[in-house]
Design a protein around this ligand. Sequence first.
Ligand SMILES: C[S@@+](CC[C@H](N)C(=O)[O-])C[C@H]1O[C@@H](n2cnc3c(N)ncnc32)[C@H](O)[C@@H]1O
Length: 280
Amino acid sequence: MLSLLLTLGCEPSSPSPAAPPAAATAPAAATAPAAATASANSARASAVHEAGLPEPLRPESFTELTAEEQRYIEGNWKLLSTQRDVRLRPAETLARMAIKPGMSIVDLGAGTGYFAFRFSELVGPEGHVYATDIASGALKYMAAIIAREASGGRDYRNISLVENPLDGTGVAAGSADVVFVCSIHIFSHLDMLYLSEEERTSGDPVALMAAGRAGMIQSIFETLKPGGRFVYMEGRPGSHAGLDLDLDAVSTLLVGFGFTEAARHAHLKKMDMLVMEKPL
Ligand SMILES: C[S@@+](CC[C@H](N)C(=O)[O-])C[C@H]1O[C@@H](n2cnc3c(N)ncnc32)[C@H](O)[C@@H]1O
């Protein structure tokens, strides 16, 4: 499974024209306070983007890994790279997530930390980031970066590393303002690898994904505080490594678990962002 994910990589697109930083579904006549908030979100996101990422560690810097962890790091270390910025446009993407200092964020399937390290800077010392993954190689990779930076580099001590189960966040209920997912394929054909034969061959795709992901979706819902948001980013259907379910289907599925849709963003050429909210 991991090698398949690694081969397919994360996000498939090339740059698209710049889009405004406001939420795609924001009311046309935004109030002055809403505009000021959007502008503050944008300024913080731009500053974090300009600060860049910590230098990646090369696979040969690691000793005492299992063969699987070694394979994971060899396949994923390059994901911690500003080269991805062309496709993921972090200044705009992070601004749309409206992350504020002091917030608590779960980066579910954080990989080698491309988003987690930026979240750490966005939420600041009063905030917290739970960087989770099912792959222990991912956690060892981020741990090594955090340790290296702690001696004279950047302060990432507000990150906790969590090895989550396949069907849960691994983070306590009611602890997150935002649960974020990018390219962990929980609603795509790749996810079929996690399903039973019976689930794989059953009919309706929404029902199929619901059956396969009920535990994870329920866990995301429970991990969020009331009013918290699930921010979901994935390749558009038809794109390389993209979704099999379109956003309408994913949204419908999530509504069935108690979420309400808050926004959709189409600022990236081949990836979608869906923001779902847990009611207060
Ligand atoms: C393509 S990488 C993306 C990593 C990161 N989100 C990013 O955008 O840089 C996919 C990651 O999802 C992880 N993953 C896959 N299924 C998962 C699950 N159910 N829970 C947590 N992590 C998962 C993999 O181990 C891998 O690290």
